[in-house]
Ligand binder design. Structure first.
Ligand code: FES
Length: 170
């Protein structure tokens, strides 16, 4: 099966329609953690002849995720957030392990259920390679999916750029 088929990918563009529905839809944090901990030795350099393009799923083109921002996608039933840190792309679970906020909303101006917060809240930190959650600012390592203060971990996924395509391995 072609893993790039549209039925595998759902983009979460657009305004947040409500935290409650987002939370109800999130049931895969633990599953994602298992996926990230599979210990695989995937080649992540698209220029390496051993790179297995079929193991990855295209989620976007590079120009669709602005620098310093994130977008949400559902790939193979798993909600992920993909962040662009000045041209380096990272993919983690899109559900904060605290209260399951959608992490791709970090830095947005309206991110709560009532769409009433007007200040930016949370966002990426390029220097530390982290994203802070838009709800209560827990800071997640984009490489490991770890929140250092609590010791909790969410899924993190291989994310590479092949030409103009942003690919993730789920
Ligand atoms: S939901 Fe993310 S810090 Fe609370």
């Amino acid at each position: 099966m072609n893993s790039d088929s549209p039925s595998d990918i759902t983009c979460d563009h657009g305004p947040c329609t409500g935290a409650a529905s987002d939370v109800e839809a999130a049931s895969d944090v633990e599953t994602e953690t298992e996926t990230a901990a599979d210990g695989g030795t995937t080649i992540t350099d698209p220029d390496d002849e051993a790179f297995d393009r079929e193991a990855f799923t295209k989620v976007a083109t590079v120009d669709e995720i602005p620098a310093g921002e994130g977008e949400g996608y559902t790939v193979k039933g798993i909600e992920i957030a993909v962040f662009n840190l000045d041209g380096d792309f990272y993919a983690i679970s899109n559900r904060c392990a605290h209260q399951r906020a959608p992490l791709h909303k970090a830095g947005d101006r309206k991110i709560n259920a009532e769409d009433t917060w007007t200040e930016k809240r949370g966002g990426v930190n390029v220097e530390d390679c982290t994203v802070s959650c838009p709800w209560h600012l827990w800071e997640w390592d984009l490489e490991t999916g770890v929140h250092e203060a609590s010791g909790k971990r969410i899924g993190s996924f291989d994310c590479v750029v092949d030409g103009e395509d942003v690919l993730v391995r789920i």
